[in-house]
Design a protein around this ligand. Structure first.
Ligand code: VG1
Ligand code: CO
Length: 539
């Protein structure tokens, strides 16, 4: 039976950089998820003709939320839901399944790299038929619904068992529990030379993949161990856990510490990689060597010819404004298009759909391509392995040769976390007002050339978005400031610091950027406003 339940709106259901992201305790409030789901469905016409994918990264509360999605979708007469077995679908596989099966969209339950468990975070990414997350005007329409919603519809049917593949029904809605791996794996086989990769992973080459107890474990087991022949046990933390085993499933030098320690030990493998909770981020490490994500995008782009799917040529490349300029130098050399967009993968979608770009990336460990409309952790790992297989070079050699050819953008992100929202807003608005006065100002050996708010004009939608403030220096250095749109603890100020060098390419970024990091704090006035002398997290 379908029931109509009276409800009151919540005022905090604005989607940020990647969907809705909240502490579990907030998401578990009565009617909270229900309101949000009904608000989404209220913006979609002709639901009786529409099919959606549902699944997530396996975190705590996802199973409960999926049952709610089934019952609310059924009550709203949605035609069909495809649900990943056991509620699992990685973010990139979700995009692949939506596109391959021409679905009308998807609800991907993940707070990505944010911690899980009962004290962790809940998240919901709403994707459209593009295979990418909804565009700003679509999230705005949903937000408006959340602020005026008075009732939602829900079926009183019992919960469905999602552990068995097959077709079921809830009210009139067809529910198909699908294998969330096969379409994605086939897509990877169509992009890369799996024979070549099999030879590499069955040779002396020592490879480790850390799934961080997130959703990529079962994907990685199948791809790297079963198909490509890497020894059993090459995939670490391979079982998705509701609390990620207590890990913070964020693949960076801080949170993937066990892997990093291994890679800097005497017994270091040749190559390792980690993915985040929902499988869209990647970290690449060689023996005693870390690849900065901004460099990774540049290096992959420079080597596109080594990959069967790209050997005949690529369209342009894009990066978020916060990402270093390394890939621009490659794009200029290759004479392909280059685009700079706000932070958030959704801004790449129009550029891919209009064939302006093939590759794109963000400094936050996100790299991807136009095979789907999300960033793709395993794709990036397969790409790196393909370069190694084709060139027989180490990760370090590949990076050093790249920097010898192009110079190096040393890059660090400094995050100041847990700032009171009003203080963060004040910092940004005061800084924005000061920007014009910064021109020609000298800070130690760095002189500002220009400083301005970053504004993106989407060439397809004709929309413009402001995201962050940029300070350029005469030597090519840059500092970008912006507030996080994914945090769940107060506000986070992200400061992105970049310095371009052609000589000393094999130095420690902390050393090379020490002075510029101090300049970045001086310019933002962060210490005076927040009392923080140093960032909380440096990546
Ligand atoms: C962060 C990253 C951004 C990324 C977003 C979603 O956003 O900086 O580059 O697109 O997370 O990634 P913010 O607004 O906190 O800086 V995921 O893997 O959380 O979907
Ligand atoms: Co993610």
């Amino acid at each position: 039976m379908i029931e109509t339940i009276a409800t009151n709106p919540y005022t905090d259901q604005k989607m940020g950089t990647a969907g809705l992201r909240k502490k579990i305790a907030i998401a578990m409030q009565p009617n909270y998820i229900e309101n949000f789901l009904q608000s989404i469905f209220n913006t979609i016409p002709n639901l009786e003709e529409k099919s959606f994918l549902v699944g997530g990264d396996g975190r705590y509360f996802n199973k409960t939320a999926i049952q709610k999605i089934i019952k609310i979708a059924a009550a709203n007469h949605v035609k069909k839901l495809y649900i990943g077995q056991n509620g699992l679908v990685s973010t990139p596989a979700g995009s692949c399944i939506i596109l391959k099966n021409k679905l009308d969209g998807g609800l991907i339950l993940t707070a990505s790299h944010n911690p899980g468990g009962i004290n962790g975070d809940f998240g919901l990414k709403y994707s459209t038929s593009t295979g990418g997350q909804c565009q700003p005007h679509e999230s705005q329409a949903i937000l408006e619904q959340t602020l005026k919603i008075k009732e939602y519809k829900i079926s009183d049917s019992p919960d469905l068992d999602l552990s068995h593949l097959g077709v079921f029904h809830c009210e009139e809605t067809e529910i198909e529990v699908i294998d969330p791996y096969t379409d994605y794996i086939k897509m990877m086989e169509g992009i890369f030379d799996f024979n070549q990769l099999h030879s590499l992973l069955t040779s002396e080459f020592r490879f480790v993949f850390d799934a961080m107890n997130g959703v990529t474990g079962p994907y990685a087991k199948r791809i790297f161990e079963e198909i490509l022949g890497a020894p059993q046990g090459s995939v670490l933390n391979a079982t998705p856990k509701e609390d990620f085993g207590g890990l913070h499933p964020d693949p960076n030098l801080i949170y993937a510490k066990t892997l990093v320690d291994l890679m800097y030990s005497d017994n270091a493998p040749d190559f390792s990689a980690a993915n985040d909770g929902d499988g869209d981020r990647n970290m690449i490490l060689g023996s005693h060597f870390f690849i900065c994500p901004s460099d990774s995008l540049a290096i992959l782009t420079d080597n596109y010819r080594l990959i069967p799917a790209y050997k005949d040529g690529i369209y342009g490349v894009a990066k978020s404004a916060a990402t270093s300029m390394a890939v621009k130098r490659v794009a200029d050399t290759l004479k392909i298009g280059f685009y700079e967009v706000p932070t958030g993968w959704k801004y790449f979608v129009n550029l891919m759909d209009s064939k302006r770009i093939t590759f794109c990336g963000e400094e936050s460990f996100g790299t991807g391509a136009a095979h789907i409309r999300e960033k793709d952790g395993i794709w990036a790992v397969l790409f790196w392995l393909s370069i190694i297989a084709a060139t027989h070079k180490t990760v370090k050699q590949i990076a050093l040769e790249h920097w010898q050819k192009y110079g190096r953008s040393y890059f660090l992100r400094n995050d100041f976390e847990g700032i009171e929202q009003s203080v963060a807003d004040k910092l940004m608005s005061e800084l924005e007002q000061r920007l014009p006065q910064l021109s020609n100002k000298q800070f130690g050996r760095f002189t500002v050339s220009t400083a301005y708010p970053f504004v993106y004009n989407d060439p397809v939608d004709n929309t413009s978005t402001q995201n962050g403030l940029i300070v350029h220096f005469t030597d090519g250095s840059r500092i970008v400031y912006r507030l996080s749109g994914t945090g769940t603890n107060g506000a986070t100020l992200r400061t992105y610091i970049e310095r371009y060098v052609t000589g000393d390419i094999d130095e420690d970024p902390n050393k090379m950027l020490q002075e510029l990091c101090a300049v970045s704090r001086e310019i933002s006035n962060v210490t005076a406003l927040t009392g923080k002398e140093q960032p909380d997290i440096i990546t």
